[in-house]
Write a protein that binds this ligand. Structure first.
Ligand SMILES: Cc1cc2nc3c(=O)[nH]c(=O)nc-3n(C[C@H](O)[C@H](O)[C@H](O)COP(=O)(O)OP(=O)(O)OC[C@H]3O[C@@H](n4cnc5c(N)ncnc54)[C@H](O)[C@@H]3O)c2cc1C
Length: 380
């Protein structure tokens, strides 16, 4: 998010200032951006998230044009789609409602009966499934790591300074932040500050005396190889159990899930729960796709969502009381695909004082103070 905001800001000809990106861990080993599953979907249940994803897909599919650099790679979305499976009338109702919203916004989502799912994807066990929802346009995997690399590289080329340091405090003068303190002992005067600190976003907010209802929540990812690969790419299948799984390569697949208790954790706790693979993930996979009885686990890791406990949606823009302090937090598992739209939006807010290309006001930080959640019914 920090690199996206930096790049979008510097490419705007109306911007006359300077950009400093402060990053304490330039290897990014623990950043959500490194531990992500890097997928994009259009199947959200709120208009602002759908529109942010539509721009995310446009950006990725036209990456070289946006980068304005012949050396930039082609990284189109691998559009195997997401397939939501409903086993209850309540879930089917949500899928129908989302479908109506998505169709109105031009998303190619199709509702599928179990027979229609079986016709396209004969490898599922659909026992108990009553409805599916699938969209194979601009929905699937994209190379988020490369997007991140280019945001960094091009922001530097446009003049952004990057410093290896940790923000330790903010100097607040009334309704403004006037300086940022670093663990190097430096104090940096600033015209505006953007909080892009991921799971440590609440620590930065607290430095200005503000509460941000975001906490680190563990998410496990497992890459496994199938002895008998499936005949077609596996859509990112959201099982009613909460597990999701998708193709990751010709023979490999990626599954993800939350711990059973899904409690907040310490921001530096990345311990893996290996039992969950044997006890929960593998049995659920094999029940849904019987060919996954014969698989080998290749690798696994734990990452953190920056989980917004109010509504699991992003928290964006200037704080109403400290007007040059901008939030870019709380992405709760769908931030990477929105990073082009969010970076563009925040740069517009910083330079022009308004959301211009896409109205992101539904995600504004003011809803936190007003306790006005924006419920996203299609959270993964
Ligand atoms: C397992 C998993 C799967 C996911 N899957 C998807 C997906 O399929 N699609 C999708 O769109 N999104 C997905 N996400 C979410 C997505 O990866 C994140 O929303 C996104 O990467 C967040 O980017 P960020 O820049 O806000 O945070 P981060 O990448 O975490 O970066 C925050 C940075 O802030 C720095 N920082 C922390 N404290 C300070 C400080 N005091 N001073 C200065 N810097 C500081 C950190 O060092 C870090 O580099 C997933 C996340 C996880 C964990």
């Amino acid at each position: 998010m920090g690199s996206s905001v930096a790049w979008w800001t510097l490419r705007d000809p109306d911007f006359t200032g300077r950009v400093l990106v402060i990053e304490p861990e330039p290897g990014y080993e623990r950043a959500a951006t490194s531990l992500t599953n890097s997928c994009i979907r259009q199947q959200f249940g709120t208009e602002v998230n759908i529109r942010a994803s539509q721009f995310g897909a446009e950006f990725v599919n036209n990456f070289r044009n946006f980068m304005e650099d012949e050396a930039a790679p082609d990284i189109p979305v691998w559009s195997f789609g997401y397939l939501y499976l409903a086993q209850s009338e309540a879930m089917a109702h949500v899928l129908r409602q989302n479908h109506a919203l998505q169709s109105g916004l031009g998303v190619a989502t199709q509702l599928l009966s179990p027979a229609e799912i079986a016709e396209r994807y004969p490898f599922y066990d659909l026992d108990g499934v009553t409805l599916g929802s699938h969209n194979a346009v601009d929905e699937g995997y994209f190379d988020g790591g490369t997007v991140f690399d280019w945001f960094r590289r091009k922001s530097r080329a446009l003049g952004a300074e990057w410093v290896t340091a940790r923000v330790t405090d903010l100097r607040r003068d009334g309704r403004r932040i006037s300086a940022v303190m670093l663990d190097t002992g430096d104090e940096v005067a600033c015209g505006a500050v953007v909080n892009c600190a991921g799971t440590r976003g609440p620590e930065i907010a607290a430095m200005a005396g503000l509460d941000l209802p975001v906490e680190p929540r563990k998410r496990f990812s497992f890459v496994f190889e199938a002895e008998d690969p499936l005949p077609v790419a596996l859509p990112l299948t959201i099982d009613p159990s909460g597990l999701h799984v998708r193709s990751d390569g010709p023979r490999t697949y990626l599954a993800g899930c939350a711990p059973a208790d899904d409690a907040p954790v310490q921001p530096d706790d990345f311990e893996m729960d290996w039992d969950i693979w044997e006890d929960r993930v593998w049995p659920t996979l094999a029940a849904r796709v019987p060919a996954f009885e014969r698989i080998r686990l290749r690798t696994a890791w734990a990452g953190h969502y920056d989980y917004n406990t109010l509504d699991q949606n992003a928290v964006l823009g200037p704080h109403p009381e400290i007007t040059n302090f901008h939030f870019c937090n709380g992405f709760s598992g769908h931030g990477l695909q929105h990073s082009p739209a969010i970076g563009r939006g925040l740069s517009e807010m910083l330079i022009h004082g308004a959301w211009r290309s896409l109205d992101l006001s539904d995600l504004s930080v003011t809803r936190i103070a007003e306790n006005r959640p924006l419920i996203e019914p299609a959270v993964i």
